[in-house]
Design a protein around this ligand. Sequence first.
Ligand code: MN
Ligand code: MN
Length: 460
Amino acid sequence: MERKTAWEKYTKKQKQDVMVFAEGYRQFISDCKTERECVKEFVKIAKKQGFKDLAEIIKAGKKVKAGDKLFISNMGKALALFVIGKEPLENGMNILGAHIDSPRLDLKQNPLYEESGLAMMDTHYYGGIKKYQWVTLPMALHGVIATKDKGVIEVNVGDNELDPVFGVSDLLIHLAADQMDKKVAKAVKGEALDICVGSIPLKGEEKDAVKKNILKILKDSFGIEEEDFISAEIEVVPAGPARDYGFDRSMIMGYGQDDRVCAYPSFWALMNSAKLDRTGVCLLVDKEEIGSVGATGMHSHFFENTVAEILNCMGCYSELAVRRAMSNSKVLSSDVSAGFDPNYPEVSDKNNSAYMGKGMVLNKYTGSRGKSGSNDASAEYIGDLRKVFDDAKVSFQTSELGKVDQGGGGTIAYILANFGMQVIDSGVAVHNMHAPWEITSKADIYEALKGYEAFVKNMK
Ligand code: MN
Ligand code: MN
């Protein structure tokens, strides 16, 4: 069974819609390169769209009713948005889940040191990366520094055209004889991913004069001391905007598309949904790339607690009501899929692979080896989804993550499935997944938006 690309079905007007939505997305991922920046931007838009802060409603003891549009931030790194439906919450929700953290290099807690006249910052990589891909690129610093008494200071250096950039060096080919003989996994060591941040010594200083000069610049620019790095979260990410990709501008190359390429259309699908029967939810979580752990990851009780709070605000809280609201829910757990790559055909099963431009992807299961660790969605649920997507004329395709026994991966799907929800992995195909610059198809992003909208509005 072959599926056509979505491009073939578009009218001139639809193709324009695809390009316009993709341009908004391109700007979004150019500006929002951390989970915190995503939450901030999404909250800003949601407020403009009439969404109210649930945390304030809970605090004020106000009521929640059908038709209300709500958001709640989890420590500024994860976000849940709700459009309360006419049906009782106990009947379950239609949930769009995705993650907003991406692979990167994090500054260590004591990052700054000087070595042979260069100021360096020590990093610890976050998520699954091929280390050799992260050298010799212009990098930017995004994050926060929490001071003891001056509040939280935001850092964003390297993405403005006039900003300096930073970077990880690589060995010159002329002296790389030993390195070139190593296995690719060992060619660049984790401790060799430190970034260079300066080289001018501070006048009148003997020891660590270059480091001292950097500290002076940091003090002048941000008002911080060296010790403040202890309570900082600074992410080293590829510098520069996402770009159109290909002569026909059909694709986008940008950093952090795993999984903002699913988060962005999920968010807009909910923004575009008013007056729902079943409550619609967009759930954007952190820490997926390191196992969904921690207070802001999917394993946290944050979402369940929030559902309990909403039921309480609606005057119908009970433990049983929470359990029913959770277990009667249906989920599109969205994350990126491996797009078939003509340069590496040997890792994919051609008949069960996702293709760029053929629409949103449904993965019945992910996992590795004998489907180990996968959610494996029910046939009945997929049957219902096919009807929803076909009725809305959404292009979709099915896929596995590569050939059997080729490797594998996981998402947040199984965690929500633990509540007894119907869950399927869905999302957008990507080339260069987890590389500094990832590639997606604009048609797929648009079809994801349309698919998510159809799901939120029409899934029974
Ligand atoms: Mn990933
Ligand atoms: Mn992902």
